[in-house]
Design a protein around this ligand. Structure first.
Ligand code: SF4
Ligand code: SF4
Length: 222
């Protein structure tokens, strides 16, 4: 489903922070997004999250821009998309065999002891996940029972608010396919994806990685 369809469905709570939140666009490069895509996304989420504290609201918006870039990278790098869609050796559901959408499990909280800001951000992202999932179900996507609760017969209901675990995961088969397509140049990108997807979330900085975007930019925009 197009990102804009769901963004348009979000409730609008406040327009007060749009201008400040748009400055996010200049805070980090967004090499895999068009400017109008990013602007609309920031505007809609800024209005929806208007009652959240600035730090949390902006971190949630930054996370959405990051995930959308990873979505674009997977589209851009046809090898990833093609392998998952057509050549997965783990049918029928590939790696979507558990509740990997959960951002912080009970044990994550107990053992990693995330900061209050990280906990708050995870809570806001989980709420947005729930809304994105509910919207996809309303649009007619049909759940695939006994696997991840966000898996439907047409794929994952989440595009913008996948968990860090899901959005960074590339199985050995996909990593091998990317390496076959790009040679050793792919190693930095694959390592950054692996490290970020497996890192323990302690602070808000642990949800994303600038290295993932910069290595993808080097690899796929050459
Ligand atoms: S990442 Fe690997 S296991 Fe998961 S769907 Fe793609 S090919 Fe299958
Ligand atoms: S949230 Fe989506 S990508 Fe992650 S395991 Fe569930 S269906 Fe798969």
């Amino acid at each position: 489903m197009p990102f804009e369809v769901w963004l348009q469905s979000l409730s609008e709570n406040s327009i007060r922070h749009i201008r400040a939140d748009l400055t996010l666009l200049t805070a980090a490069p967004l090499p895999f997004l068009k400017e109008d895509q990013a602007v609309y996304q920031v505007e809609q989420l800024s209005m929806h999250l208007g009652s959240q504290p600035t730090r949390i609201r902006q971190a949630a918006i930054q996370y959405s821009l990051y995930v959308r870039q990873l979505d674009a990278i997977q589209e851009w790098e046809g090898t990833i998309h093609h392998t998952c869609a057509h050549d997965c050796t783990r049918p029928p559901v590939g790696c979507c065999n558990g509740e990997h959408h959960v951002i912080l499990s009970f044990s994550d909280v107990v053992f990693a002891q995330p900061t209050q800001n990280a906990l708050h951000l995870a809570h806001v992202l989980t709420d947005l996940q729930n809304q994105e999932h509910a919207h996809a179900i309303q649009q007619g996507h049909y759940p695939r029972l006994n696997y991840c609760s966000h898996l439907t017969t047409t794929g994952c209901t989440l595009r913008m608010f996948k968990s860090p675990r899901c959005v960074h995961y590339l199985c050995p088969q996909v990593a091998g396919a990317v390496t076959a397509a790009h040679g050793n140049q792919a190693s930095a990108f694959l390592a950054a994806m692996h490290t970020t997807g497996n890192q323990v979330i302690h602070s808000m900085a642990d949800f994303t990685s600038a290295l993932v975007i910069s290595t993808a930019d080097t690899l796929f925009h050459r």
